[in-house]
Design a protein around this ligand. Structure first.
Ligand code: GLU
Length: 479
């Protein structure tokens, strides 16, 4: 693929996001100037910096886009990919603003991108690139716990986040809140328990909530609940693998198809996701998984066409387009990735009566738990530290009292279940579950109350625009 076609792909993606905005904006009745302000990217920083790679100096192209300053700090991941271009980062930063508003996370949206293929570099080279990128951000005041807080995205993870944190701390040694300059850090370095699984867990909670409404499921010809529903997952990265594991283990869903860079597999009787991840670790591929039909690398997009109840695109943007949308058979498309369905393809899916659970809501679990991590960093204390033992003792006393009054004894297992104080992981999961449930219900309400709104995505955008506009109204410059 040429450089230009990647850039125009970015342009199409950005346009798609703007189309979604315009569609929702038409239902608001808000003044044009205000809508234009919400829509525009507030700050775009494009950089080029040199990094020594082997015996050569490589000039690295990178970006940080802050889409909206209506709240501080701005927030969003950093992506390492050869496909990175300015328009793509702008589109992703824009999505972050709406995403945060939808789940009531009090941040503006941002996104970063470094145009490299991270798998072509050694860890030492990646560390040099990451530290230099962070230094460029520090130089221009584009990072900080109250300014802009990066996080992992495609091609980055805990390791990169701890390099960012360390670089920031080196320059800003007297910032007591320095740990809040980035989220997605390892737990041992001021991270929070449950951040790694957060996006995938949020995706599962979102699917479970969507599947809980009898009338919505009946319209798709499905029974309510997740138990026994079939699922196909595109991409076994952090988001895809956690979504699959949690959907299978906690939701009783049956994974029947999976794709990765090396190809796709399909097994209608069910694939145990743990066995598959183990198989891939051992063989370096999912191809040849026992009992599954295999599709080679060139045909891996066939995963979008597998017969199933729930299709989870969990890789990159623009995967369901006008080219393949007519062959998509899934009843529910659960957008774990950012922007996997183009705006044209969405129209076709809606016409065909399918349900799309939109990215701006469904993958917001990552930033939700990032918010918890940032709060932990600012409070300088682990969640649950003050109350865990107190609650545990109170519950124990309560159980003993009930035993005394009834003359009956609970067994040790029951006692452990009831008389338990919540630790950090329990609180993070419960906060995430509450967030995903209440945000879904808000979006569903908006859709039900506006009969002209034809999709959950437009409802989600509409909800976001209304929340963001009230922040701008408070500035007093808009009527
Ligand atoms: N990169 C993730 C996203 O697209 C997480 C962002 C964050 O945690 O700030 O939502």
């Amino acid at each position: 693929m040429t450089k230009n076609s990647k850039a125009s792909e970015g342009q199409r993606f950005y346009q798609s996001v703007q189309n979604y905005f315009d569609k929702a904006a038409a239902h608001t009745g808000l003044p044009t100037g205000l809508l234009e302000q919400i829509k525009a990217c507030n700050a775009v920083y494009q950089m080029r910096f040199p990094v020594k790679i082997g015996d050569e100096v490589k000039v690295i192209e990178a970006y940080r886009v802050q889409h909206s300053h209506h709240r501080s700090p701005t927030k969003g991941g950093i992506r390492y990919s050869n496909h990175v271009n300015q328009q793509e980062v702008m589109a992703l930063a824009t999505l972050m603003t709406y995403k945060c508003a939808i789940v009531d996370v009090p941040f503006g949206g941002a996104k970063g991108g470094v145009k490299i293929n991270p798998w072509e570099y050694s860890p030492e080279e990646l560390e040099r690139i990451t530290r230099r990128y962070t230094t460029e951000l520090i130089k221009r005041d584009f990072i900080g716990p109250s300014i802009d807080v990066p996080a992992p995205d495609y091609g980055t993870g805990e390791r990169e986040m701890s390099w960012i944190y360390d670089t920031y701390r080196t320059f800003k040694g007297n910032d007591i809140d320095a740990a809040g300059c980035v989220t997605g850090k390892p737990v041992t370095q001021n991270g929070v328990r449950g951040r790694t699984e957060a996006t995938g867990r949020g995706v599962f909670y979102g699917i479970r909530e969507a599947c809980s409404f009898k009338e919505d499921m009946a319209a798709l010809g499905l029974e309510p609940g997740t138990e026994g529903k079939t699922m196909v997952v595109q991409g076994l990265g952090n988001v895809g693998s956690n979504t699959a594991k949690i959907s299978q283990d906690e939701g009783g869903m049956v994974i029947i198809g999976v794709s990765e860079v090396e190809g796709a597999i399909y097994k209608p009787s069910g694939i145990d996701i743990h066995d598959l991840l183990h198989y891939r670790k051992e063989h370096g591929t999912i191809i040849g998984f026992p009992g599954a039909e295999s599709y080679p690398k060139e045909q891996r997009l066939a995963v979008m066409e597998f017969e199933c109840d729930v299709l989870v695109p969990a890789a990159l943007e623009s995967q369901i387009t006008m080219d393949n949308v007519h062959r998509v058979k899934a009843k529910i498309i659960a957008e774990a990735a950012n922007g996997p369905v183009t705006s044209g393809a969405q129209e076709e899916l809606i016409k065909a009566g399918r349900m799309i659970i939109p990215d701006v809501y469904l993958n917001a679990g990552g930033v939700t738990v990032s918010y918890f991590e940032w709060l932990k960093n600012l409070s300088h204390m682990r969640f649950g530290r003050m109350e865990k033992r107190f609650n545990e003792n109170t519950y124990r006393n309560l159980v003993s009292l009930v035993e005394k009054m009834t003359g009956k004894q609970v067994n040790e297992q029951e006692r452990m279940l009831i008389a338990r104080g919540a630790g950090e992981i329990d609180l993070v999961r419960s906060g995430l579950e509450e967030t995903m449930i209440s945000a879904y219900n808000q979006i569903r309400e908006v859709k039900l109350n506006n009969p002209k709104v034809s999709s959950l995505r437009t409802a989600a955008f509409l909800n976001a625009i209304n929340k963001i506009s009230s922040d701008y109204m408070a500035l007093g410059i808009f009527p």
